[in-house]
Write a protein that binds this ligand. Sequence first.
Ligand SMILES: [Zn+2]
Ligand SMILES: [Zn+2]
Length: 539
Amino acid sequence: MTDTSTRAERMATPLARDSIRKIAEASGGCLRPIQMRRTDTVTSQTEQVMKPCGATLASICPPCAERARSLRATQCREGWHLEDEPDAGPPAPDKTQEYWLTLRAEAQVCRDRAESHGEDTGDLDELLAELDTEITRAGVRGTVTTSTGSGKAGTRRSRSTRRRQDAPDLPRRKIGPQTLGKVFTAPDGKSYRPSMFLTLTCDSYGKVNDDGTPVDADTYDYERAARDALHFSALTDRFIQNLRRVLGYDAQYFGAIEPQRRLAPHVHMAIRGAIPRAVLRQVIAATYHQVWWPSTDVVRYDGDQLPVWDEDLSTYLDPATGEVLPTWDQALDALGPADDPLHVVRFGATFDAQGVLAGSKDANRCIRYLTKYLTKQVADCHRADTDVQRTHVQRLADALRYEPCSPACANWLRYSVQPKNAKAGLVPGACKGKPHRPEHLGYAGRRVLVSRKWSGKTLADHRGDRKAWLTETLGLEPPDPARYTWHVVTPSDRDYLPSDKRLLHIVADRARWQAALAEAKRRAQEADGNLSATGTEAA
Ligand SMILES: [Zn+2]
Ligand SMILES: [Zn+2]
């Protein structure tokens, strides 16, 4: 039979596969599900279960990204106006852990004593390393000292710890353990626990138009814009440390980092507890982060005149003289007290702060604001529509190209320093580090910053809450995790389903769940109706 339909008719008829995809998306079903085989260990029956891909970016899977965003919104909401202190944190060490930790402490004392007497500490350093391994084996997270390796003293370079003269001093209080803000009581006896919504921006790099592009692109400071973006997370950390010290308690925050229209990062923060504007202004003015890296003022190697890798010596050499380039550690050691830091990051003087009450319209609006861009890459938050905007994006990318992104960045070779952990094949301007990639605009750190005692729960806990709610609402038995084993089904398996078939499963699953949920809600409403009806009668 020949198809006699016209092209126009065909165009107006939806394609089956495309339609299934749209239905899956509209019902919140994952578009790239992972096929799992679930085996019931009691009955040996197997079932194919489609597990959501769990993407956080809408460009990969919009429904999963939206679910991840809404989970973040829940986390933000639960912590913001917390009324009771969250759990005190990790449990105390058990007997075995305590044994190893005590040994470790005693060994440290011996080692430090030996060092102060000018004795060789090699054996003791080895012992410390072995004890550290035992401590980790006993199930203790992290390390007992902040310095790396075996706790060698003297490996830390002494930097001037004097505050910068151009930054105001801050009052320093001892930080208490409490994480909750003040409660205010109104004359009518009602109590309020206000919290803050704060926005901090970078400094100005030159005047910008409404579309975010510079008024004068030639004087716009792209270098500073690039460096500020690279070191923005360190600055945010420093701000929180300073804030806690001034407030005298362990203030908690949920922050989201995203670019402004001018492409500079800014941070929105929900902070628990109210903070006077004057205090914020003071902390912002006094907060800075200094980057103690070698100078990049002089470009020593460029074009095809690049340092060459010596396989035998595992080191980079000057292409003309064969001289060994200073290593990263040597370059850092060479920085003297008279040197300036490579860069100092600060916030701009303008900030936005508002008090927000629990459960208010404002709180909901702020939470939407905080999570709005989480499903997008940094560079996709604002689309460049005009040539001027595209040029602006390009100029920032150009500035980031040769800016060292980390101690291991290939760009250090350009400035005659071997990158940390140097290896063959490093080319300045071609560093694979995330901050150089166009989608990050220099900021490749975490997009959501949540302090440890925010909601007292991990993201996995919040996800578990949601599952538990669903199980309860549907009146299901909570599944026994020990009863099932799970395996990922791969294309080489006999029961593997191609992606279009997996999507059909998703659509069917979603339809079933949604019907069950609607039915459960209807029943709950009915029960409520009966209750209030009896209530009226009784009254
Ligand atoms: Zn997905
Ligand atoms: Zn790099």
